[in-house]
Design a binder for this molecule. Structure first.
Ligand code: ADP
Ligand code: ZN
Ligand code: ZN
Length: 728
């Protein structure tokens, strides 16, 4: 352990707690002393709370009056690197440091000392061998006879817990105790990876040469070009150097295929960090990250806040993905925070995408990031052929959305035993339900948002707050019976059309709300990949990196969706989404076709997609943003005020607008207050202000001065969103 400043017993020291306080608290070092960075339990009023030794005492109280630290936790102290990352991230996002510490300690049970778990080892050969018992024993063989928990055995062997316990009762397994939080099985970077193509090998060499130092590389390549294969080589190099690697993925529920690839490449699975992991798994991973007992972590954005012992590489896969931006609690963009963390721990960052964010594209253009391009799709020469299907002048029968030309293509695929994907980025049955008699639309009671009909659940649902309500048989407004009817398609309604059109086809619908668990979704995806469906209907869920080898047709039902959002990133998002979805077609040896149903075939975004002209799209979009002084050529910050009283929210907004001198002093402009696009969520009214500043302007400092001492009326709450992505 490095020599950390040490506070001998009884000495005063300052502790940062996870409590919402805007200052450090002084305590006395406990018996045995404490080091800078030690995680501690401290008394706060009647409670004990988690904290971290942050520095010298503030000295506002005489030492005799200070209470002692209750206990130093049995985990490695926080390293300087993480301390400075949290401090800088707090400054950048204007978040209280206590909240950053809270994010960095979200591992349940950190307080509990070492504990033991029940594990099993193979015992006497069982008297009676059954199929299930054999599978259990095979699992031990597969793990080289390691002690396994019931959970591990049942999962790997596909048996119930009672099989294990009965076997143990008969002596076939021996039960013992093991310390919890075991290290993860070692990964072996020396195992052979795939033989890389020339293009891939060259990119892998460049990444390897950049290991061990801070730097950011944008790895751009169409879906299927082998970006994953290439960055796994960077992971291998990082492991060889004895450092830890982190891979961030946007849809953590969908990582099964990725985990299998890691296992195939390095011999074992990496640590997994996401909200679906069990408490025990999270606690184990947190500790092992700190102790160096895990070499590779695959996780959601919050995995950035783990206490790695020596983080040497961060991969941000699908770096353009909107889910990297957290819009609740701490507003942060994991892609940008990854770069910040890496700069603190001398790590390499790889941003991988087929359709990079404009920010990253510009950073590569200006030389701030390095850029590597993979040109060809592996094993397939071409991107799928892309064609617009012009809907103008086509009159489709009422309640249908599949044009005859698309239908004919699907027919051909069914004939050839290939798969078709119909993409529609709208969950539910229909986006709008209106009354035929009076035109009434059903709104959410808590939000300014329409209720969306979900026939699958037989409920109306608000996509903003998740509230549900029964589907009324009569109009709530004019009481006409049977008058409520759906307008426009959602995936569920599209499914109806598909089943009516192809009654014998096997149809699968992939929409996040149709699955009870991430596991069920994974199974469905695996089944589709294995050929278990002829037609797949999906929302943006399918745009992520899954391999569907039999898929050769993608039909985009409404390519215009998202073109008229009026939002800064509407064009960019549409471009990315359609490119990604089209990238699903023809991944292996079969050529693919993507058909885009559109009313605006001449729209520049649709044109850029059809021509496969990525660079042209980015150049045009960049020029537009530059002309407007918009990000990444200018800076934005959002202020979101929420209150149960609309008057209070506006009162706060006006107060801010009238006292904005600190902003004007840096040449910034202030817009608003205005009702947010979604003006009410969960019963709270929402008011927004938007700040626009020049690229180099010291925005955070100005906002801090502006908000200092502000008294918010009533129950008004204020959130700052630096670099906002979503303007809801
Ligand atoms: P991307 O991450 O760019 O979408 P992947 O790395 O997932 O691409 O590669 C797409 C598919 O091609 C995967 O099934 C992968 O295993 C395969 N593949 C890519 N490169 C190679 C290679 N050099 N040898 C064998 N298979 C490869
Ligand atoms: Zn009505
Ligand atoms: Zn709602």
């Amino acid at each position: 352990m490095l020599a950390q400043p040490h506070f001998p017993a009884g000495q005063p020291l300052a502790v940062l707690t996870t409590q919402p306080l805007d200052r450090l608290l002084d305590y006395r070092a406990p018996e045995g002393g404490a080091r800078l960075g030690d995680f501690v339990e401290v008394p706060l009023g009647p409670r004990k709370v988690l904290g971290c030794v942050w520095g010298q005492a503030e000295g506002n109280f005489p030492v005799e009056k200070l209470r002692p630290v209750s206990r130093v936790l049995d985990v490695p102290p926080m390293r300087d690197e993480l301390r400075s990352f949290l401090t800088k991230a707090a400054e950048y996002t204007l978040t209280p440091l206590s909240l950053m510490l809270f994010m960095a300690t979200r591992a349940p049970g950190l307080f509990n000392g070492p504990q033991t778990v029940k594990v099993f080892l193979p015992g006497e050969p069982p008297v009676r061998m059954t199929e299930a018992r054999k599978r259990v024993l095979d699992v031990f063989d597969a793990y080289g006879g390691a002690a396994l928990t019931v959970g591990e055995i049942t999962r790997a062997a596909g048996v119930t817990g009672s099989v294990v316990h009965t076997l143990a009762a008969q002596g076939g397994l021996i039960e013992t105790e093991a310390a919890k939080d075991q290290p993860y099985p070692p990964l072996d970077p020396a195992r052979a990876g795939k033989v890389l193509s020339e293009d891939q090998a060259a990119a892998a060499e460049v990444l390897k040469s950049r290991a061990d130092a801070f730097g950011v590389t944008l790895l751009k390549g169409v879906t299927g070009s082998g970006k994953t294969e290439v960055y796994l080589e960077a992971v291998a190099e990082c492991l060889r150097k004895g450092r830890q690697a982190l891979v961030l993925l946007p849809e953590i529920g969908l990582t099964e295929g990725f985990l299998e690839r890691v296992e195939a490449r390095f011999g074992h699975r990496p640590g997994e960090w996401h909200s679906g992991a069990t408490m025990t798994e999270r606690r184990r991973l947190w500790r092992m990250a700190a102790e160096g007992g895990v070499q590779m972590v695959v996780g959601a954005r919050s995995a950035l806040f783990l206490p790695y012992r020596d983080l040497g590489l961060i991969i941000v896969d699908e770096e353009h993905d909107g889910s990297y931006k957290q819009d609740e609690g701490v507003h942060y963009n994991a892609r940008d925070m990854a770069v910040l963390r890496a700069s603190q721990c001398q790590a390499q960052v790889v941003l991988a995408s087929a359709t990079p964010s404009l920010e990253s594209w510009v950073n590569a253009e200006t030389g701030k990031y390095e850029r590597l391009d993979l040109h060809a799709r592996f094993g397939v020469a071409e991107l799928p052929e892309m064609r617009a299907l012009d809907l103008r002048g086509q009159k489709l029968p009422h309640g249908t959305w599949i044009a005859p030309a698309l239908k004919a293509e699907v027919d051909q695929r069914i004939e050839a035993k290939e798969q078709s994907l119909l993409f529609l980025n709208r969950r539910g049955y229909a986006p709008v339900t209106t009354c035929r008699a009076c035109g009434h639309q059903i709104q959410c009671e808590h939000c300014d948002s329409r209720m969306v009909e979900h026939r699958f659940h037989n409920r109306l649902m608000c996509h903003q707050c998740g509230a549900t309500a029964p589907i009324p048989t009569a109009c709530p407004e004019c009481k006409t019976e049977g008058s409520m009817h759906p307008i426009g398609p959602g995936v569920e309604r599209l499914e109806e059309e598909v089943r009516a059109t192809w009654p014998d086809a096997r149809v699968a619908v992939l929409s996040s709300d149709l699955f009870g668990s991430a596991r069920a979704l994974k199974e469905q995806i695996a089944e589709i990949a294995a050929g278990g469906a002829d037609i797949v209907i999906g929302t943006q869920l399918v745009a992520k990196g899954h391999n569907f080898p039999l898929l050769t047709l993608v039909g985009v039902i409404d390519a215009d969706l998202g073109l008229h959002g009026g939002d800064l990133r509407a064009a960019e998002r549409t471009f990315q989404l359609i490119r990604q979805v089209a990238g699903r077609a023809g991944r292996h040896d079969r050529p693919g076709l993507a058909l885009l149903q559109t009313h605006q075939p001449d729209h520049p975004v649709i044109q850029a997609i059809l021509k496969g002209d990525d660079e042209g799209f980015w150049k045009a979009e960049a020029a537009e943003r530059q002309a407007l002084g918009m990000p990444p050529y200018g800076r934005l910050a959002g202020i979101i005020l929420t209150s149960t009283s609309v008057e209070h929210a506006f009162e706060a907004g006006n107060l801010l607008a009238q006292n904005a001198d600190p902003l004007f002093a840096i040449g910034a402009q202030l817009f608003g207050p205005a009702p947010a696009p979604i003006a009410r969520v969960r019963g709270r009214h929402r008011v927004r202000l938007l700040i626009k500043a020049a690229k180099g302007a010291p925005l955070q400092g100005a906002i801090r001065r502006w908000l200092a001492g502000l008294k918010l009326p009533g129950d008004t709450r204020l959130a700052v969103d630096i670099d906002p992505q979503n303007f809801w």
